[in-house]
Design a protein around this ligand. Structure first.
Ligand code: ZN
Length: 300
């Protein structure tokens, strides 16, 4: 009750907040990068119960990655290896496509306000001058919810497919927007951690063969984790992702009592801690106390 009241007070959002500045032309068709050795032939692939985070051809379904990043990553980008991928001072300018309905803009703004509130990262409306900024846009192809990982430099698309007559797509709740924005901040999927086999079972027989590479895990040397494996992470796959069909889960929990994988409702406590850790929000004792308390109190 207290939680929902606080959220109500904090996340009052205002529609029609698209950028006042001239936005660049965005083509209908984009070709986001995918690492060579996991490139998937998308010809004729139809996925049953297509989840909007499962875009044929993109790495792990929703990430645009370069070979370079693919070779050196962890649960979050390693800043020692990719200092340029971090958003300086944790400041992320953004603009939202005017193609979205006001209600969809509200959903996107909710996601942004939640991240701004729970972490020291600052999403700020693009001022028309900063060279690097996120442009949140309903890309036509590849459609779905997808993002680059970390700061790319220049204008950087976060694709959030708008609701249509068949599905809420990426904007049924703010959760999917938070998920893709976390990729843009430099965070990868939880189940790709090197230690994941202790916590989840991957059912390779149930995965559409072309998509098996999406379930690989990371190497230990490129991985440093400060936090426990998190079944509740908003960055965790759902149990039927890339499945051959109904009743054929591709990923299940090994620990008893785990009810759901792949929630897209809210940041988990660990997601919150992870982001604050990644952007050095815990370095200063004052912000450390503030954000630790927030993560502990607000996380699911
Ligand atoms: Zn993702």
């Amino acid at each position: 009750m207290i939680k929902s009241w606080i959220f109500l007070c904090i996340f009052i959002v205002f529609p029609g907040n698209q950028s006042r500045f001239l936005l660049p032309h965005v083509p209908d068709v984009l070709h986001p990068p995918v690492p060579d050795d996991v490139r998937i032939d998308t010809n004729g692939i139809e996925l049953e119960d297509l989840d909007p985070e499962i875009t044929p051809g993109l790495y792990q379904g929703d990430m645009a990655l370069t070979n370079e990043i693919y070779n050196y990553w962890r649960v979050g980008l390693k800043w020692e290896t990719f200092p340029e991928k971090m958003w300086p001072n944790g400041t992320v300018p953004y603009a939202i496509s005017p193609l979205y309905e006001p209600s969809d803009q509200v959903t996107i703004l909710k996601a942004i306000r939640i991240l701004n509130f729970m972490t020291c990262i600052k999403f700020v409306p693009w001022n028309g001058k900063s060279e690097d900024y996120l442009l949140i846009w309903p890309i036509k192809y590849p459609k779905g919810c997808w993002s680059f990982v970390g700061r790319q430099g220049g204008v950087q698309i976060v694709s959030l497919q708008a609701p249509d007559s068949t599905s809420p797509n990426c904007l049924g709740t703010e959760g999917r927007a938070i998920h893709e924005l976390m990729h843009a901040l430099g965070v990868f999927h939880e189940q790709s951690r090197w230690d994941r086999d202790k916590f989840v079972k991957i059912h390779y027989d149930n995965i559409i063969p072309q998509y098996k590479p999406n379930f690989e895990k990371l190497s230990l040397e490129n991985t440093t984790y400060s936090f426990e494996y998190d079944y509740d992470s908003i960055m965790h796959y759902g149990k039927n992702y890339f499945s051959k069909g109904r009743g054929k889960p591709t990923i299940t929990a090994k620990m008893p009592g785990v009810k759901k994988l792949g929630q897209r409702k809210a940041l988990s406590k660990s997601d919150c801690l992870k982001l604050n850790d990644l952007y050095n929000c815990f370095d200063n004792p004052r912000t450390r106390r503030k954000y630790y308390n927030l993560c502990n109190f607000m996380g699911i």
